[in-house]
Each structure stands twice: as structure tokens, then as C-alpha cells.
Write a protein that binds this ligand. Structure first.
Ligand code: SAH
Ligand code: SF4
Ligand code: F3S
Length: 493
């Protein structure tokens, strides 16, 4: 029996009951359950042979989409009997990669080199690579040439096939096993009802859509995640209900642009309408979502956020740049003025909302004036926090072939100025709430001081306060007594 505490297993199929003599099912997800059953038998045998457990390690790079994908992989691995470890000295190592900026790629190559020494020690070790980087042909070519220790490469579109891919590698009887590469260009398929494991018992990410159609001119995501496709609302609601039954009180609805959710479904439905359905799920206490594209954030959504009791008072609204001129070249479809008007509307509907953002510094052709406009918007909006990125050239995107790339030293000066401004404002913002009593969802015992627990407010601020592990997963009122800029100390009321 597997421990279902952190694991949603919607079909609840007992793998020992699967008939392995029958032909391999052609339809999903049954086909994958067949391979899981085959693998479970193999894992059990292997454990007996070795007299120990089989260990797997997943390393996840990138965004929440990738984090959720890794949970799907872990759901399958736990169902077939692997145990998870943080050490890369394991029987199965999976790198789930990101390619949004160049430094994300470099990190992966560094780690891949290190894996070779573990494989020398344990020749039966299996290494698998997946995620956004694998959607790029030159990356796969480089791995084929320089990292022969990799066993399986797959992409973002066929992650549901994980069990089948692992089985193909494990049951490959050839003497010199070839690297298995299975990367799809795109897909329209969404496979439901596979097991998924989650890190926390009380909160979970939930994909509502995949891919992106926006093609912001700097961004590689649409090329590696494919065209936008939404899950059916019934499937999303069923998944959340299942999670709630399993102890989840907070969900984060995930998509590259959640505001365009549902447009291409056979029975179209808006994101705001989906939120209203999710809101009705009994036992669910908190709803978050990301990411919102400013061009698609509707009045209907603002209204729903204003009256909702469950939607958290936090909105991530990527700005990218404060210059309307650059926003146009970035293909963002809003101006500085549109953005500021939107912020005003949102603050009117939800006065105590925490706003966060993403900003790129050094986009091709960014002038001092453009940058000053970004600084101005940052000051005007007063973000609770902001992720700031140095522009990274991504091969194949329109921005990569633009002339007038900004010199590195200029970018560095701008970046430091922006970061200082962002941090200064964030510290002021946080100090304002000292003395208030707010609801905190307790997430864990503090790793540095076990007399404290750590949780999050609706606005997504971290709070540390005295308490024990019995509070984990509970929402409790806490008085914020001291602000440390990015987090608070408090006392339970
Ligand atoms: N879909 C989301 C974000 C996806 S990527 C959205 O539209 O906001 C997360 C962030 O990475 C982006 O918001 C952007 O700020 C940053 N980013 C994307 N491509 C980049 C690049 N080439 N260089 C630097 N930052 C980039
Ligand atoms: Fe990239 Fe733009 Fe799509 Fe976000 S909306 S993933 S920044 S192309
Ligand atoms: Fe990275 Fe892919 Fe997410 S490129 S940011 S992991 S969608």
C-alpha cells in the first residue's frame, strides 16, 4: 500500500490487480497504469535482489509549472515503489529543466557533469532529463554529444508518458542501451487522472491550462510549452474536490496566462466564472492563481476578486517595463497608462491587495528614458515585492535578433538601482501592517528555531510565531508584532 496522505490518486487503481498478460491498452491513462504495474513488479524484485529500497531524486528548475510537473512524476514513482531522496547519488535521477534565461541552462550542464561520478559508482543508475530545455533541438544535440550518461530525454508535452518511458528503458534488453529521446513539438492532448504527489499536505498547485499564445518578443515559453489549451472546468473541480478530501485547504491555480483560461474550450467559460465554481467547493479555504497578464485581466475578474471570501489578497501582475514604447516592441499589448489604470481599479475593488510583479532590465534598445519610466511605475504602484531579471537573449525569439542590445555595464547599473528601489518600497510596505491581526496558514516548523512555526498571510507574507507542529495546515489569527522587511514576527491571538 502506498501512503496516500500527500498523494492524490484519482483512479485509485490497485497495480497488483492489473492484468499484465493482456495486450497493452491503447487509451490513456489506462496505458500508463499498465506500465506502472509492470514497473512496480520490477521495483519489488529489484528491492529484494539488492536488500534495500530503490531511491529516486528529482531536481526541479524554473517555475511553478515545472514544480507541478515534478509532482506528477513523483506521484508515479511513489505508486510504483520508489522512495524519494534529496541526494543525487540515487538509483534514478530526473532533471526537470527550465530555459527561460540562459543561466537556467548553465546550471543544468554543471549538474549533469557531476552526475557522471555517481553513475561510475552505480552503473545501473538511470538518468532522465525533461522540461522546457529539452524542447530545444540544440540542447538535445549537445547532450547526445557530450553527456552520454543520460538515459532518457523527454519534453514538456509527453510528461504523462513518464511510466512508459521509464519502462522502455528498464526493459530494454539490448546490450548497449541507446539514449531514448522522445520530444514532441506540440500537442492538443491533456491526459487526466494520473497519480500526483505533493510536497505539502495542506496546499497544492492545480494546472488549469497549459502553453501560451502570447509570444512576448523576449520569451521562449510559447516555443517550449506549445499552444494554449485549457482543462475542462469539470476536471479541475474534480481534482480540487479530491485534494480537499485529502486535506488541502489552499490551491494555486496555474497557467502562463490564467486570464485567457477557457476561451478555446468547446463550451467557453471565463477565468472569473471558473473562480466562482472553485469558490463554492466546501472545505477549500484559500485560492491563489498565477500568472495574470495585464492585457487580459477583465473587469469581471476584478469584481469576483472584490466579493470573494476565498481568493487571497495577492495578485502577481507582471509589468516587464514601464515604457509604453518598449512594451509595444515586447508585444505586451498594454501601455504604461493601461497598466496604472488597471492597478487603480484593482486597488479600488480590493483595497488591501498585495501586488507583485516581474520586470526585465536591459531589453534591446532600452534607453535611459525607458528605464526611468520603469522606475516611475515601480514607485507609483508600490509593489509588495518584485522579481527583477536581466534580459537574457533566447535563440529563436524575435528580440534575440534585434539590434542595439544594451551593454552589460549599463544594464548592471540599472539593475542595481531597480533592485534597491524595489527593496526599499517592499520594506516600507511590510512595516505598515505591524500591529494588525491577520489569518496565517501554518506551513512548517521553523527550520532555524523549532519553537517557532512559519506560515503565510492571505497577502502571501511569511510570518514566524511561537507554536508547535500541531498547527501545520491550520489557519490561525496572528498579531504581526515586528516587520523584517520581507517577513514578520508575530504572536498567535
Ligand atoms: N507567463 C508569465 C511568466 C513566464 S516567465 C507572464 O507572462 O508573466 C517569468 C518571467 O520571466 C517573465 O515574467 C519575465 O519577466 C521573465 N523573462 C521571460 N523571458 C525572459 C528573458 N528572455 N530574459 C529575462 N527575463 C525573462
Ligand atoms: Fe512568456 Fe509572455 Fe507567455 Fe508570459 S505571456 S509565458 S512572458 S510569452
Ligand atoms: Fe522555465 Fe519552462 Fe517555466 S522555461 S519558467 S520552466 S515554463
Amino acid at each position: 500500500m502506498i501512503d496516500l496522505r500527500y498523494c492524490s490518486d484519482p483512479k485509485g487503481i490497485d497495480l497488483d490487480e492489473v492484468d499484465l498478460m493482456a495486450p497493452v491498452p491503447e487509451t490513456e491513462p489506462n496505458r500508463q497504469y499498465y506500465f506502472m504495474a509492470k514497473l512496480k513488479k520490477w521495483v519489488t524484485q529489484k528491492k529484494e535482489e539488492l536488500g534495500r529500497s530503490l531511491f529516486c531524486c528529482t531536481q526541479t528548475f524554473g517555475c511553478q509549472m515545472n514544480a507541478r510537473d515534478s509532482e506528477k512524476i513523483l506521484g508515479i514513482l511513489s505508486k510504483i515503489g520508489y522512495e524519494e531522496t534529496e541526494s543525487e547519488d540515487a538509483d534514478l535521477v530526473i532533471f526537470n529543466t527550465c530555459t527561460v534565461r540562459e543561466n537556467a541552462n548553465l546550471k543544468v550542464y554543471g549538474r549533469l557533469g557531476q552526475l557522471k561520478k555517481y553513475k561510475n559508482k552505480n552503473p545501473e543508475m538511470i538518468t532522465m532529463m525533461c522540461g522546457c530545455m529539452m524542447q530545444e533541438k540544440d540542447v538535445v544535440d549537445k547532450i547526445k554529444k557530450s553527456y552520454r550518461n543520460v538515459d532518457v530525454i523527454f519534453g514538456t508535452h509527453n510528461i504523462f508518458k513518464f511510466a512508459e518511458l521509464l519502462a522502455t528503458r528498464v526493459f530494454d534488453k539490448s546490450e548497449k542501451k541507446k539514449m531514448l529521446v522522445d520530444v514532441w513539438e506540440d500537442t492538443t492532448e491533456i491526459v487526466e487522472e494520473l497519480p500526483v504527489e505533493r510536497k505539502y499536505s495542506f496546499k497544492s498547485g492545480v494546472n488549469i491550462m497549459f502553453g501560451c499564445n502570447n509570444f512576448c518578443s523576449y520569451c521562449i515559453v510559447p516555443y517550449v510549452r506549445g499552444r494554449e489549451r485549457s482543462r475542462e472546468p469539470e476536471d479541475i473541480i474534480a481534482e480540487i474536490k479530491c485534494l480537499v478530501k485529502d486535506g488541502v485547504v489552499e490551491v494555486m491555480l496555474l497557467g502562463q496566462n490564467v486570464n485567457s483560461y477557457g476561451k478555446n474550450l468547446e463550451n467557453p467559460i471565463s477565468f472569473a466564472q471558473l473562480l466562482e465554481k472553485v469558490e463554492k467547493i466546501e472545505g477549500l479555504e484559500r485560492i491563489r492563481f498565477m500568472t495574470s497578464h495585464p492585457k487580459d485581466l477583465s473587469d469581471e475578474l476584478i469584481e469576483v476578486m472584490g466579493r470573494s471570501k476565498k481568493i487571497c489578497k495577492q495578485l502577481h501582475l507582471p509589468l516587464q517595463s514601464g515604457s509604453s514604447r518598449l512594451l509595444k516592441i515586447m508585444n505586451r499589448h498594454y501601455t504604461k497608462e493601461d497598466y496604472l489604470t488597471l492597478v487603480e481599479k484593482i486597488r479600488k475593488a480590493v483595497p488591501d491587495i498585495a501586488l507583485t510583479t516581474d520586470i526585465i532590465v536591459g531589453f534591446p534598445g532600452e534607453t535611459d528614458e525607458d528605464f526611468e519610466e520603469t522606475m516611475e511605475v515601480v514607485e507609483k504602484v508600490g509593489y509588495d515585492s518584485a522579481f527583477t531579471f536581466i534580459y537574457s537573449k533566447r535563440t529563436g525569439t524575435p528580440a534575440a535578433s534585434m539590434e542595439n542590445q544594451v551593454p552589460e555595464d549599463v544594464v548592471k547599473v540599472r539593475f542595481d538601482r531597480l533592485l534597491n528601489k524595489v527593496q526599499e518600497i517592499a520594506a516600507e510596505k511590510a512595516a505598515k501592517d505591524v500591529g494588525k491581526v491577520v489569518d496565517v496558514l501554518v506551513e512548517e516548523v521553523n527550520e532555524h528555531d523549532s519553537s517557532l512555526v512559519t506560515g503565510r498571510t492571505s497577502q502571501n507574507y511569511t510570518v514566524h510565531f511561537p507554536g508547535g507542529e500541531e498547527l501545520i495546515g491550520k489557519i490561525v489569527p496572528v498579531k504581526l508584532s515586528e516587520s523584517k522587511g520581507f517577513y514578520y514576527y508575530g504572536e498567535q491571538m
